[in-house]
Write a protein that binds this ligand. Structure first.
Ligand SMILES: [Zn+2]
Length: 438
């Protein structure tokens, strides 16, 4: 069913060149230009829209229809921005084209559908295939479409996650362990999948078997077996995990732990010679144990199985091309001084003084950052290693704050502290850090 669209790299950039950055004059021109379009023109619109989105690093495209017109909004660095408008007629033509490409039923308009298609970019260095995940939903004025760009460039290594040197060392050690469990926590859109895939990239090698169970499979990784849950056929996280364990794996990735059954099988697998990676919805690393207990697990099963719990949030990076160096404000200096008090001497702290220079975003931005002042995102991390001492402590059923205090004593840092360090390194701003780790 899967079709492909191909496009030249240059064509796509022109589609979004001006509209994206708020020059609405051009959006208008564009709208007029395709008030009516032939089939050939439509396919050019699609081609340009898709290649442009990939090149400009959009993660999602939202095509939304209202009474009089349709809007294309694009997500970049976590935020949606209006990109251009279409007439309802063009909207319908684009929707049909996308549905056709992704193997969806054209005559079904009142029921949500999911599909995928592939965009092939012709680049000087060769062809590049990028998958687009599509979902449709019926609305009062027609179908809305959301497309997720599954750019393999998002598959980064542990080294590229932006970890501090002490955390990188810890993550690498953990990836090398033959058994136990690593849990990454955070809300949707906090980069958990990116971190887990970075672990998988580190782990995979021809000598070990890696199997995943995901909902859905986002990125295809060579050298590992990936499976996708299918409720209709009874393949869910818990039952899938049971089957996977019988496949003699060395490492297993469980997309998410949502219920007691999955938690139990995953913890059991971790205790019986498998390295298990998974995610959980909690606010902070210390909350992981409480969350597993809330699902119904008991500390005796949790403590010996866990190797490390990580919490993370994404912040925007200040654009390196137009960011403005500035002396730290006395208030922020005091805040950081206070914030760094609990940090263990093992953590390499950047130099903090009243004269420390930080980077703030340029309100006007520049061409490089699409005139936003920010370019790209980076995660703030909080990681707790569960060593023997920590394991014993968990068995005493400590409260979340008590567990956090113990972790800090043993050298862990909180997301906010990691944020302060990233501010001092000129990577992000205090507003960004407060927004996610207040
Ligand atoms: Zn810039």
């Amino acid at each position: 069913m899967e079709e492909q669209i191909t496009g030249k790299v240059v064509a796509g950039q022109e589609f979004f060149e001006q509209p994206l950055i708020g020059n609405f004059k051009n959006i208008h021109t564009y709208k007029l230009a395709i008030e009516e379009a032939t089939k050939e023109e439509m396919s050019l619109v699609m081609k340009n829209m898709m290649t442009g989105s990939i090149l400009l690093g959009f993660s999602d495209l939202h095509l939304e229809i209202e009474e009089k017109e349709s809007t294309l909004r694009v997500r970049i660095d976590g935020a949606l921005r209006p990109a251009c408008n279409f007439t309802p007629k063009i909207h319908k033509a684009i929707v049909s084209r996308i549905k056709l490409l992704s193997g969806l039923k054209l005559n079904i308009e009142k029921v949500p559908q999911d599909g995928r298609f592939t965009v092939v970019l012709e680049k000087p260095e060769g062809l590049e295939e990028i998958e687009i995940r599509v979902s449709t939903i019926p609305t009062a004025y027609g179908e809305n479409i959301v497309m997720r760009v599954l750019n393999p460039k998002s598959l980064i290594s542990l080294e590229e996650l932006g970890l501090r040197s002490d955390l990188l060392k810890l993550f690498e050690e953990q990836a090398g362990k033959p058994n136990g469990m690593i849990i990454v926590t955070g809300p949707t859109g906090s980069g958990k999948t990116t971190t887990l895939y970075a672990f998988l990239k580190k782990i995979r090698n021809p000598e070990i078997k890696v199997i995943t169970i995901e909902d859905p499979i986002e990125y295809h990784l060579d050298g590992i077996t990936q499976t996708q849950i299918d409720h209709a056929r009874g393949y869910d996280f818990a039952s899938g995990l049971r089957s996977i364990v019988r496949q003699d794996p060395d490492a297993i990735l469980v997309g998410e732990i949502r219920d007691l059954e999955t938690a139990s099988v995953a913890l059991q697998a971790a205790l019986t010679g498998h390295l298990v990676l998974s995610t959980l919805h909690t606010n902070n690393a210390a909350g992981t144990i409480a969350r597993l207990q809330a699902l119904g697990e008991i500390p005796v099963n949790i403590a010996p199985a866990l190797n490390m719990v990580v919490a993370q949030r994404l912040v925007r990076r200040v654009c390196k091309h137009c960011g403005k160096p500035q002396k730290i404000s006395p208030e922020l200096y005091q805040e950081m001084l206070e914030g760094f008090k609990t940090i263990s001497p093992k953590v390499p702290l950047p130099k903090l003084s009243e004269d420390s220079e930080i980077l703030i975003q340029n309100e006007k931005g520049c061409e490089f950052c699409n005139f936003t002042g920010f370019k790209g995102r980076i995660a703030l991390f909080e990681a707790i290693e569960i060593d023997d001492e920590m394991e014993d402590f968990i068995l005493t059923c400590p409260s979340i704050p008590a567990l956090e205090r113990m972790a800090i004593q043993k050298g862990a840092t909180l997301m906010k502290q990691d944020g302060y360090m990233k501010i001092l390194e000129g990577i992000t701003t205090i507003e960004e850090v407060r927004a996610v780790a207040g």
